[in-house]
Design a protein around this ligand. Structure first.
Ligand SMILES: C[S@@+](CC[C@H](N)C(=O)[O-])C[C@H]1O[C@@H](n2cnc3c(N)ncnc32)[C@H](O)[C@@H]1O
Length: 231
């Protein structure tokens, strides 16, 4: 983690959990990189595209980069977000930032909530434990199962949506979520610049003004697509 970028959280309890998880994520990243290289080599030798190794990814954190987590935090605070939806919770790293934003931007008497989604039960359990350790459990509902099902009803207009999961789901998830976003809501999708082909179906949708969004690609590492829902 680059320390020159200030952390807007100012929450020592949450930051202690995050420091540990970000460090674990960085260690795992090296394995992911090695795995990716083997994957590319296989493709080159066999001349065909091997399946993504879901089993290998099953227990990996693959957390959102700290810079992007911080961006999500300030965007949520700016929106005074009280209903935040996250596609892809994993061990709960980005979720901690989102939950802190919901807590920090609450305006007396509101019941802010982050709706997390995680298909792997062990990861969902780990995320809940990390949120409790960070003192933020009361602000999060980690919905276990396939987000295509668990996001059918988020219980009211959402202020912010984070897409940080497998690219093939991005299009169906935005189609499920678009009618559940309030005017002015922001959608943040990770790695759109790095994986333009995999995200094509998503960008075709979100960049088409007829679908009610205005969208731009931010030059963060990997490229983050930031989109706003128009009235
Ligand atoms: C990149 S990780 C999320 C990282 C997380 N946002 C963080 O910062 O720690 C993507 C996660 O999406 C989960 N996932 C994949 N497909 C899913 C689906 N259909 N429904 C719910 N979760 C899914 C994976 O198990 C994985 O943990």
């Amino acid at each position: 983690m680059r320390e020159s970028i200030p952390n807007p959280l100012h929450d020592p309890r949450a930051e202690a959990v995050l420091a540990r998880l970000h460090a674990q994520g960085e260690r795992e990243f090296k394995y992911l990189l090695a795995h990716g290289l083997v994957h590319m080599l296989q493709r080159w030798v066999t001349r065909r595209t091997p399946d993504i190794h879901w089993d290998f990814l099953r227990d990996k954190l693959i957390p959102l980069h700290p810079d992007k987590c911080r961006l999500a935090y300030v965007l949520c605070c700016s929106l005074r977000a009280q209903r935040v939806v996250e596609f892809g919770t994993s061990f709960g790293v980005s979720t901690i930032y989102l939950a802190a934003a919901v807590r920090d931007s609450a305006q007396g008497g509101t019941d802010g909530l982050v709706i997390g989604t995680e298909i792997e039960p062990t990861k969902a359990a780990a995320a809940r434990a990390h949120l409790a350790e960070a003192g933020l459990a009361e602000f999060v509902d980690v919905r276990e199962g396939d987000a295509l099902e668990t996001l059918q009803n988020v219980g009211g207009p959402a202020d912010f949506l984070l897409l940080d999961s497998w690219t093939r789901y991005a299009r169906p998830i935005i189609e499920i979520m678009a009618p559940q976003l309030r005017p002015g809501a922001i959608v943040m999708a990770d790695n759109v610049g790095q994986l333009p082909g995999a995200y094509r179906a998503y960008t075709d949708y979100i960049r088409n003004p007829a679908n009610g969004f205005r969208s731009t690609l931010w030059p963060y590492k990997g490229g983050v697509e930031i989109s706003v829902r128009l009235p």
